[in-house]
Each structure stands twice: as structure tokens, then as C-alpha cells.
Design a protein around this ligand. Sequence first.
Ligand SMILES: [Zn+2]
Length: 67
Amino acid sequence: MKKGIHPEMVDCTFKCVCGATFVAKSNKETCNVEVCSECHPYFTGKQNNAKRSTKIEKFKSKYNLNK
Ligand SMILES: [Zn+2]
């Protein structure tokens, strides 16, 4: 690699909204993510595991359509 043109690679602590943290290499020291391998349905096998609400859910709760 050419010297002096690449950002420095450091251990970055990734923080997910589900509470999980993990360390990976990045050029920043901390990074916040919305979804990670702990809470993504692809890895958990469950739907809606993460506490995220869609616009449809917000609309339904606004007009009391959640039954
Ligand atoms: Zn997560």
C-alpha cells in the first residue's frame, strides 16, 4: 500500500441499537449502527426482533388499528 494516502486503520467499536457491541477494523473509533448480526432477522430467524417500527405500524398505532 502507498504510504501517507490511506486513513489509519484502528479497532472500531460498533454499537447497535439492540445493545450489542462488537469490535472491527475501521478508520473511526466508534460507530453506531441500526442493525447487526445479533438482531437482524436474517441471523435470528425471527421477524421483528429488533425494536424498529415501520411507517405502517406508526400509522396503525396512531389511529388505533392494532388489533
Ligand atoms: Zn443489533
